[in-house]
Design a protein around this ligand. Structure first.
Ligand code: OGA
Ligand code: NI
Length: 349
């Protein structure tokens, strides 16, 4: 335990210990239970081929996307249009970043969740009782020119490679948002038009090897607070999705991304599309890196259900809120399996 108090970041603690410090140990009823996990196949988490999304197969692909959003809340995509070199480059930059000397990494350290570029650990160490086996660099990346000057300059290629990646991911997201709007029967630009000036955040999650992975989480079960998440993971398994009450491991498939619906999309779709609980577990052998892009409304955007989806049988589920209000609640209450949206539920008529 003495070591835990002397290090700000887990990365600098994990390599020197052979037991998980007490502050990372979950109560027995809340442990990962790694044996009872299923492994996903294509029938559980759909893999959608985006090739042809702007061609004659558009309607069919939109149907697949709509079904996945409604039934699964999670899907994987291939032929997404982001070159492999761009993806490899950002994975390399992330790996290099977490291998920098402690003093170099700590230049980016902050415990304030509202800071727009920061390195931190766990989830929100100011509010949580049990820590998570993760360090993370989190930063805003749209509009790029407003944020890029805050980003790390070490590794030296950070700004160039990450800038390229996030620009490409944004293009992909905008295409997906059009497809999702259409899949809901809304105008193609409906969702995009209702996000204010738009926002895009990214994280680089670093999960060091863990001596006792059965006692702790990389990230406990949660839903994502944004509109839609595009997750890039390296080749080490760790992501699990809750499906029909069971945890399903979504193991990496090369050249794919994982897409999941976030809380804002659930609100806009008036509960038709679900923001699904997922978590990250750790392992004793290999470090793991994942890079989620959280696409979101800008803070002042007012989020509420699309009126086209409201009728007698589908009354309004959530009151409208600004994304700023939501975002603050999300960070303050800590990661919990109850979705933060519950706070905004309309009273039953
Ligand atoms: C997240 C998340 C999963 C992973 O950062 O919100 O769910 O596999 N990450 O790292
Ligand atoms: Ni998540």
């Amino acid at each position: 335990m003495a070591a835990a108090a002397t290090k700000l970041l887990l990365t600098d603690l994990a390599s020197s210990i052979d037991r998980v410090p007490d502050n990372y140990i979950r109560p027995e009823a809340d442990r990962p239970n790694l044996i009872e996990v299923e492994v996903s196949d294509i029938s559980s988490i759909p893999l959608i081929d985006l090739q042809g999304l702007s061609g004659p197969n558009r309607d069919d692909i939109i149907k697949q996307i709509g079904q996945a959003c409604q039934q699964d809340g999670f899907f994987q995509i291939k032929n997404h249009g982001i070159p492999e070199e761009v993806v490899q480059a950002i994975l390399n930059v992330a790996r290099e970043f977490f291998r920098l000397p402690e003093s170099e990494r700590l230049k980016n350290y902050s415990e304030d969740p509202l800071k727009t570029t920061r390195l931190s650990t766990s989830f929100n160490i100011k509010t949580e009782k049990v820590s998570n086996w993760r360090d993370f660099l989190r930063f805003h990346c749209y509009p790029l020119e407003e944020y890029v000057h805050e980003w790390p300059t070490n590794p030296p290629s950070f700004r160039k490679e990450v800038g390229e990646y996030c620009t490409r991911v944004r293009e992909l997201v905008l295409k997906l948002l059009e497809a999702i709007s259409e899949s809901l029967g809304l105008e193609r630009d409906y969702i995009s038009k209702n996000l204010g000036k738009h926002g895009q955040h990214m994280a680089m999650n670093y999960y060091p090897p863990c001596p006792q992975p059965e006692l702790t989480y990389g990230l406990p079960g949660h839903t994502d607070q944004g509109l839609i998440t595009i997750l890039l993971q390296d080749d080490v398994p760790g992501l699990q999705v809750l499906r029909d009450g069971k945890w399903v491991a979504v193991n990496p498939i090369p050249n794919t991304f994982i897409v999941n619906i976030g809380d804002q999309m659930q609100a806009i779709s008036n509960d038709k599309y679900k923001s699904i609980i997922h978590r990250a577990v750790v392992n004793c052998d290999r470090e793991r890196i994942s890079i989620p892009t959280f696409y979101c409304p800008s803070p002042e955007a007012l989020i509420g259900p699309a009126m086209g989806l409201i009728d007698h049988e589908h009354p309004v589920v959530y009151r409208s809120f600004t994304y700023e209000e939501y975002y603050q609640k999300f960070w303050n209450r800590g990661l919990r399996t109850e979705c933060c949206l519950d706070i905004f539920k309309m009273p039953l008529a």
